[in-house]
Design a protein around this ligand. Structure first.
Ligand SMILES: C[S@@+](CC[C@H](N)C(=O)[O-])C[C@H]1O[C@@H](n2cnc3c(N)ncnc32)[C@H](O)[C@@H]1O
Length: 221
């Protein structure tokens, strides 16, 4: 897999996803943290996938591929593309959904993407923005880089953990502070208003819903 040169902040946002961590990710993040700390059970995020996923889908920031494995595609044989900076996440997910024979690319979404492939019906960005460094306005560049890979009328959707404009329990605040301190998250200044701004600047139709401290968003190109 090609080497990708990135800043140390971008590196920190993906470095934690080792092969070992990926083996416990579903239990720790998707089952325990989502339900008991972020207060947005994974079943709600899976329903968000089911609502927006298209017959051809590009997933970005793939982790373990849990939602791709469990969501309901609108066709039996979907075309799937995967983008991630971390080769472990790409390997784990492409193995987990091998029955769909996904295409995959290692890339930093904050940089222009050199990917030549047919555009997709949907693009999913689940739990990606809070891993990216910078302000939400700066993270919006990821949308600009990805839009050429979306068909006209296609959907962009995903979720992200916010610090502002959402209710956070003391436990959620403490865990977010810890992850931000380690560089695993960079969402101390991410608020609901800024998320709406980056969507409004690019899409005429978008929606954002908050459950716990998670924003679930979707937009049509
Ligand atoms: C929190 S995991 C999300 C996994 C999955 N989407 C989910 O919802 O469970 C974040 C993923 O984003 C990837 N990632 C982080 N920074 C990235 C970047 N700059 N470009 C591309 N992928 C990145 C990480 O390697 C990791 O696989």
């Amino acid at each position: 897999m090609a080497n990708v040169a990135v800043s140390k902040e971008v590196e920190a946002g993906q470095a934690v996803y080792t092969r070992l961590l990926l083996r416990v990710y579903d239990l720790w993040v998707l089952f325990l943290s989502n339900r008991f700390i972020w207060k947005c059970p994974s079943s709600i995020q899976l329903a968000h996938y089911n609502r927006h996923i298209g017959a051809s889908h590009l997933d970005v920031g793939v982790g373990t591929g849990y939602f791709l494995r469990h969501c309901k595609f609108p066709v039996a044989d979907p075309r799937i593309g995967l983008i991630d900076l971390n080769p472990n996440s790409l390997a784990f997910t492409s193995r987990r959904i091998r029955r769909y024979r996904p295409e995959y690319w290692r890339a930093n979404v904050l940089e222009p993407l050199n990917i030549e492939t047919a555009p997709f019906d949907s693009i999913g960005l689940n739990y990606l923005f809070h891993c990216l460094p910078g302000t939400l306005k700066e993270k919006g560049v990821a949308l600009d880089n990805l839009l050429p890979l979306l068909k006209p009328g296609g959907a962009v959707f995903g979720t992200t953990l916010l610090s502002g404009g959402v209710f956070r329990t003391p436990r959620a605040r403490a865990l977010m502070r810890f992850y931000n301190g380690k560089g695993i998250f960079s969402n101390e200044h991410d608020g609901l208003e800024q998320l709406e701004e980056i969507l409004a600047a690019r899409f005429s139709e978008y929606s954002v819903r908050v459950v716990g401290c998670v924003a679930l968003f979707s937009a049509i190109r």
